[in-house]
Design a protein around this ligand. Sequence first.
Ligand SMILES: Nc1ncnc2c1ncn2[C@@H]1O[C@H](COP(=O)(O)OP(=O)(O)OP(=O)(O)O)[C@@H](O)[C@H]1O
Ligand SMILES: [Mg+2]
Length: 307
Amino acid sequence: MTTEIIAIGPERAADVLAVVRAAFAARPVLDPPADALAETEETIAAMLAPGGGLLVLDEGRVVGTVVLDPVDDAIFLRRFGVDPAAQGRGVAKALVRAALAEASRRPEARRAVILAREELPRTMGFWRDMGFVETGREAPYVEMERPVPYVAEVPSAEEMRELGRRLAGLLRAGDVLVLTGELGAGKTTFTQGLGEGLGVRGGITSPTFVIARVHPSLGEGPELVHVDAYRLDGRAELDDLDLDTELDEAVTVVEWGSGLAESLSDDRLEIRIARATASTDVDPEADPRVVEIDPVGRRWLGIDLRP
Ligand SMILES: Nc1ncnc2c1ncn2[C@@H]1O[C@H](COP(=O)(O)OP(=O)(O)OP(=O)(O)O)[C@@H](O)[C@H]1O
Ligand SMILES: [Mg+2]
């Protein structure tokens, strides 16, 4: 399936309505009934007017939708739906990620919020997997939210270290950071800045033979535990490191930790680093990266990662 996600405005209200109806027809009947069933093209167009929405196209056919409704510093993801014929193929997750990416481009948007029906535990589980946590309940609705990820273009290694130094100011003992990005992406460079910002003993390198290194604090702050999971052979070996005992007192950074380190903590910063193409040809030395900092869990609610 070749899918594409596009930004839309009120002119595509009919497409949104068609997906909403198809998606809701396949859900259990609820009492009181879902508001979505009362929607018309006009009400959807009005909902799309302030902040637009997204459509998922599968070879031109509309199979998924979400309305992005700005309310103060939040973006409510409303009328989220995937056509039952396209379910089970990762469309819903891709759509949430696209909605969060879109939100991260809107300077006023700090939080993404959804309302789920409490009778649908699987739906709530889906949002929890996407980093949302429950913030309120007014039967039959549960409100869940998460911070919007922070995306930065980082033009040089020095600015990567600077990003690490700045982020260190937001960290405290017990925090876990999971770094992903190909060989040479800049994970260790970022961690060096983090170590400087935390004020720990230096010498942060990509450990070749050592899997985990502890950098003690030179002052009062937490130590830094730096793990390189590249050669770790799965979860069992991560458990062997016995990090749990140090987790509470340290800031823990795991390179190549995706798929492993999630189980270390429900709360974490997932940091994804990718090479970017230089946006200008002014500086032939430029070797920029795009860094996405994606906060997961209750720890990060209400915390603004932007400078
Ligand atoms: N914009 C940039 N951000 C980060 N590093 C950069 C940038 N431009 C150039 N570099 C260089 O790229 C290299 C990144 O190496 P680093 O060891 O940090 O990567 P890594 O992701 O830890 O790799 P590995 O997976 O091998 O551990 C460094 O030599 C750094 O100086
Ligand atoms: Mg490294």
